[in-house]
Design a protein around this ligand. Sequence first.
Ligand SMILES: C[S@@+](CC[C@H](N)C(=O)[O-])C[C@H]1O[C@@H](n2cnc3c(N)ncnc32)[C@H](O)[C@@H]1O
Length: 238
Amino acid sequence: MDASKRWPVWPKAVGRPLDPTLQSLKDVLDGLAVLHEDPFIRDVRDTILRFPDANVGVALNKKQTACKKWAVEELCRAGVGRLETVHVLAGWYGLLGAMLLNEPRLGIAHLTVVDVNPDCEPVALSLNATPAAEGRFAFRQHDILALDYAAPPPGLDRPDLIVNTSCEHLADFSDWFAGLPSGQLVLLQSNDYRAIPEHVNCVDSLAAFQEQAPLADPLYAGELRLDKYTRFMLIGRK
Ligand SMILES: C[S@@+](CC[C@H](N)C(=O)[O-])C[C@H]1O[C@@H](n2cnc3c(N)ncnc32)[C@H](O)[C@@H]1O
């Protein structure tokens, strides 16, 4: 029997010479994809090979994955039940989107990443190639500060959950938050990492974040300490 028949996750051949470091990384990811029969590992491998300049390693480093694993775990613990539709705003390369779609307890039928940067689209679609092929993942290019959440454009109808783990990037955070409908289930993350120039809306404590994003029905509030900064998270209904 062909290996690719026995394990459908079998990664495709590359067909071009790779430098030794990339070849070694590819080989390890190939092996892990087959070992764990995990299409996400194969999608990560394909994305690194397709977009060598996108610096996918920054989006998938241990701090990024830890903050997103924390989000998925606490969302499951918060007892939000099955979520039909989810929007991940300012969702970058769609790592959290992939992780949420991979979580069977959430049972997400469809997830859309919205980001203002058009360069994110092909990378996010590649990182989510498996759910995209199943019709479960989409990318929309939009400035989330300019979206009308009361009358959203076609394809961005009110979701069961709005996720924004880039709150530290939004200078007009208060206006953005005010525009979300009352009762909307949200998962928000921010941080106190002021060393990054794009972090124009950092908060210094969980209490400051709660003040910035008051929730009528809070389900979770917590912090995760990392080497250089602390990340804050709120889950609940606005
Ligand atoms: C560095 S990334 C994500 C960092 C964040 N800690 C995370 O991993 O979720 C920040 C993303 O926010 C996006 N972004 C910033 N302002 C935005 C806006 N007004 N509308 C949509 N996307 C925005 C950027 O394009 C970028 O992809």
